[in-house]
Design a protein around this ligand. Sequence first.
Ligand code: CAA
Length: 390
Amino acid sequence: MKVGIEDICFYTASYYLDLQVLAEVHQIDVEKFYAGIGQEQMSMAAPDEDIVTMAAAAALPVVEGQDKSAIRTLLFASESGIDQSKSAGVYVHRLLELDPACRVVELKQACYSATSAIQMACALVVRQPQQKVLVIASDIARYDLDSSGEPTQGCGAVAMLISADPKIMEVEPVSGLYTEDVMDFWRPNYRGTALVDGKYSTKVYLKSLKHAWLDYQQQGGHAFSEFNYFCYHQPFTRMAQKAHSHLLKQVGASLSTAEAEAQIADTLSYNRSIGNSYTASIYIGLTSLLENAEHDLSGQRVGFFSYGSGCVAELFSGVVQPGYQAHLHKDYHQTLLARRQSVDYATYRRLYDYPNPVDGGEHAIAAETTGPFRLAAISQHKRIYEKTAS
Ligand code: CAA
């Protein structure tokens, strides 16, 4: 039985900052951002957008037309959670009008947890193949102003329907795993922004790739030569290029620079404009590959390297299915990216500094998002979500 991704769709926020603006303010050569870290823009959430509204907007095209009673599990992956107790997925469950006979839970392990959700979803589907699992990853990446991480912010959500009818990609069963207790990036409960040891985090990422690949081989995974493409977690797109060079060296592959670049290039396009979306980033990378590759990817094997600081990493593979093109949401994504509004530095600061009231009062939030759902208010410590007219 094949199990994997039946449908995949992403969403990002209404605004973006071009990194040219940040470079001017910080008096840095913009090529450090455009070429050095491989980022051009970063999505910024409007005050009435958050991980819930983005998640619901990503999942809406996936659940439309589905028999909702078949979706008996919703797994919500995030590292920018809005509540210590209630799963953000429960709000999304209501906004999407899913069947009440559904289990909903939130998963956390930095940028890795969406991959864990996919693996758990595949296991559930193997057990009960008539059921489908909705996996949603949604995050807002926030670093301190003037920190090395500031140009690597961004936000986005991706929704994937996991089923025994994987019209997009079969997920193959072998995985390589690596876990180590390290402090490269973390966010204590009392902080709104992540703490990060930037250079160290890139080293741990590469070390984890090496160990996950070794474990993948020990578990009986495919040889490097059996892969056509690789899709990496992309905190910034240059990280994926560094990771791929690292893997090529490790396996002793003799590819030309152009051949090596071709294995990852199409996975990078969307994230160059969206920025880091933490848990969602690797699967926005997959969408980018599927929608931007010039030729038919049917039957092609994609390697995935998922990394979550702290750290947990997993390397696994998927095979793109014949006819996948008919099930993509390319127009939805390209319209979404094209209609985002560019902001100046003052607006970026307004969005960055938007207050997060903790006093239990009544806080109405003005309508700004262009998306289908919005955070309308925070009232007596409760987040009030509603559909918009769009
Ligand atoms: N033109 C072209 N390139 C330039 C340039 C210019 N004018 N100026 C600098 N560069 C290049 C540098 O040579 C460097 O290239 P190499 O990496 O190939 O050496 C690159 O631009 C970056 O420059 P710096 O090393 O000086 O950059 P930095 O120290 O200011 O920031 C960073 C880099 C530490 C990774 C920072 O972006 C950061 O802290 N990011 C957040 C943490 C992160 O994303 N870590 C990734 C692994 S952890 C993870 O993956 C989980 C997650 O999502 C956070």
